[in-house]
Design a protein around this ligand. Sequence first.
Ligand code: LLP
Length: 417
Amino acid sequence: MRKIYPELGYRNGELYFENVPLRKIAENTGTPVYVYSRGALEYWFNEFDSAFSDIPHTTCFAVKSNSNVHVLKVLKELGAGADTVSVGEIFRALTAGIDPKKIVFAGVGKREDELLFALEKGILMVNVESEGELRTLERVAEKLRRRAPFAIRVNPDVNPKTHPYISTGLKEAKFGITFEKAFELYRYAKESRWLEPVGIHFHIGSQITDTAVFGEAAKKVADFVKELRSIGAEIEFFDVGGGLGINYKPEEEVVPAEKLSEEITPVVKKLGCHLILEPGRRISGNAGVLITKVLYVKKRENKVFYVVDAGMNDIARPALYGAYHHIVSLTERESETVVADVVGPICETGDVIAKERELPILREGDYIAVLSAGAYGFTMASNYNSRPRPAEVLVEGENFRVIRQRETLSDLIAREF
Ligand code: LLP
């Protein structure tokens, strides 16, 4: 097998996930289709989780990156918890059988009913992002006559050196609370009958490849935990968020999770805390691809457009962030290439999956795979242009199964009565 990513590569000229040729899936389920590999999910989860084996920890998979219940089940079997940002994500995690005591709940705008649901289910902690939210949480806890375990999401003000849309740890971002304010809130909570400070949380951004920034943030937050302990606030859980990057270009090296651990583990060990991690992309990103079919090859002057059957509604990242997704043909092609734009069917100029990309010469009806699509792929898909969302498929060894059916035309209008 000529490997591209773990479990993905060419065998006899055909692209495989594990032991299944992707063409077979495309022909069986139609396109566009998201395909995930159990083996790859396991590989990435274990690569990450084992890097922290020296310290008590819980790897809470960021459900926003891939929320399919069957994907969550695979990760649950490996011992994963869940990092959630809505009642919907908590519901999915619980449906997958994830232990509530391994679920954390973040987000700047939690509604009262969401907090109620979370407390009723007995999740590990609510990651609080504002003073107002802490008061709401207290009220909800009182209503339930049950103490609310929480962490405050602090904003350590470090620059993760990543795309501005996914940088969250700078002080101008809407996320988190300053150390000064957080200190006040922990002090308040200590006196409250209904609030139970159990942890501290930060998340500085996403697709971060310079692991030193995690160390920088962790040290700042660890100093803060020491201050909190001096006023008697017991902080057991030290939640470092997610954000470890992947290699969107297969030829580039991936940063080992070990490097992240080297930054974080010593800091957290010294505090004697239980470490919580919230990786999303790192686990699901390179465990999934989007298969799409070339509908038309359009030539104009010196430009070639491959018009494919997946649009920005199916995969939003290129249009939204100008993100790079590597593209390969499902059948290995001759070495001759052409520079082309890969565009979708949506009525927007921005509906481009790849711009001026050197690609093999493709014909109408050929299939291509958009790589690194397992994270923020399907979860960000929409019905824009009234397009039913794609199917999702899970590969397991020699087998594959549909884990979410392609939406139908009647699904589109099902709620419009
Ligand atoms: N924890 C918190 C509090 C988060 O806000 C996020 C991501 C994560 C964990 C997981 O981050 P990860 O390990 O996946 O980098 N749609 C964007 C990414 C947005 C990330 C938002 N928060 C993209 O497609 O690049």
